[in-house]
Write a protein that binds this ligand. Structure first.
Ligand SMILES: [Zn+2]
Length: 421
């Protein structure tokens, strides 16, 4: 490492308490779907305090309606937005960068499994606990302070850098898409998802859908004359599981070696309201993965055919077909070459900091990379902290890995954007 780079890295080290404090303040905001306002305020204030100039980016379903990546959702965007802040270049000659992170988190339920309040973050044995600590508020803090460290160390950059904090990474991808649609992009995009210090080259596509079924309500004393809408879900579950197996039969080359890369999750089920009444309605919501190269339209057709065929084989469902609605995620997957300039630069940074290269990572989940890979011009990947139990109880992030992420991001800026000392 050059002397100026060493100075930058020690500046990041000196900012470790601030990074941790900022992460904790964000984790304390329970930013589940629709409740992101408080965390956005924390982010906005932090960016302002650090001397950046945050700008709100609205998510307008009207503006995005014709965008091929837009995911229709049943909720609205009133009072909900993304934030961006761009640090302008001090001179010409470098390549631009963008750091993207999401501020939304998934529900911490069931709370009974947590050893502590998920939104009262605590530090213990080198870990920070809390919902969103890993996925991905620590990453947002790391990327923000990596850019701040450049200023604090008194350095300049030969290209602009944008910090982008978005919502709806966990349900639609519409947050990052709205920023992309507003023209925000860069030659390199890094997302500190908590997959560790790795370089993501492939991720699956993801679609969400819900199925609504009706039955015939009767008192249990005449059960035989009713139709149980909940039980009518069974044949559909079995058919969807068969479709999942089919989708895993021909594995995309990038995913060879992974045990079961395409997954169906039956994530929500509702129905009935009384133990002694045959339920007249039921619904279930699913998430299904699909390989890169498969279009959303193709997976939608396959799911539709699967449900229709299963319904046709059931006496009741054949006459009372379930209704199918695709809402939320309709993100296509991608697989890119590991041999790209930005990835090589990032790998060199990891080498300089640890003496070891960054491993390549192939994800069986989606991320906001899709907004940049499919609809942007930059070389985009994920590289971030190490976390455990994301989307589960007692989520935690390894604090040293958060600081390491900030160092790697700062060093990346120094090399990619060409630092002026
Ligand atoms: Zn995430």
């Amino acid at each position: 490492m050059e002397k100026s780079e060493q100075k930058l890295i020690s500046t990041v080290e000196s900012l470790a308490p601030e990074i941790l404090d900022f992460t904790s303040r964000m984790v304390a905001c329970a930013s589940t779907l629709g409740k992101e306002a408080p965390v956005l305020e924390v982010m906005e204030n932090e960016l302002s305090l650090l001397g950046f100039d945050p700008v709100r980016v609205e998510i307008s379903p009207e503006d995005l309606a014709d965008h091929p990546g837009f995911a229709p959702v049943p909720w609205d965007y009133e009072g909900r937005h993304n934030l961006i802040a761009t640090r302008p270049a001090d001179a010409a000659g470098g390549k631009s960068a963008l750091f993207n992170g999401h501020l939304d988190v998934v529900s911490p339920e069931p709370l009974s499994r947590w050893e502590r309040d998920p939104f009262d973050p605590i530090e213990q044995d080198g870990w920070l606990y809390g919902r969103g600590a890993g996925d991905m508020k620590a990453g947002v803090a790391a990327m923000t302070y990596a850019l701040h460290a450049v200023n604090k160390a008194g350095m300049g950059l030969r290209a602009p850098v944008t910090i982008e904090a978005v919502i709806e990474e966990e349900c639609s991808g519409n947050g990052a898409l709205a920023c992309r649609n507003a023209g925000i992009d860069a030659e390199a995009v890094l997302i500190p998802e908590p997959f560790g210090p790795t370089i993501l080259t492939s991720q699956v596509g993801v679609a969400w859908f819900k199925v609504l079924l009706s039955g015939v309500p009767v008192h249990v004393l005449e059960t035989q004359s009713g139709v149980n809408a909940i039980e009518k879900c069974y044949p559909l579950f079995l058919a969807l599981r068969r479709l999942e197996e089919e989708l895993n039969r021909t594995i995309h080359p990038a995913f060879i070696g992974l045990k079961h890369p395409v997954n169906l999750n039956i994530g929500v089920i509702k129905g009935g309201d009384w133990p002694s009444t045959v339920p007249a309605a039921a619904e279930f919501h699913c998430r299904i993965g699909f390989f890169p190269g498969v279009s959303f339209e193709s997976i939608r057709q396959q799911v539709t055919n699967c449900i229709e065929r299963a319904a046709a084989e059931d006496e009741w469902l054949a006459l009372n077909p379930p209704s199918l609605d695709f809402y939320g995620f309709r993100s296509e997957g991608h697989s890119v070459d590991a041999n790209q300039d930005a990835f090589r630069t990032l790998n060199d940074c990891q080498m300089s900091l640890t003496g070891r290269p960054a491993e390549e990572f192939v994800s069986t989940a989606t991320t906001d990379l899709r907004a940049f890979v499919h609809f942007g011009n930059g070389q985009a990947t994920c590289f971030g902290p190490i976390a455990e139990k994301i989307h589960a109880d007692n989520e935690r992030v390894d604090i040293s890995s958060v600081i390491h992420t900030a160092k790697a991001y700062a060093l990346f800026l120094a090399r990619w954007c060409s630092m002026i000392d």
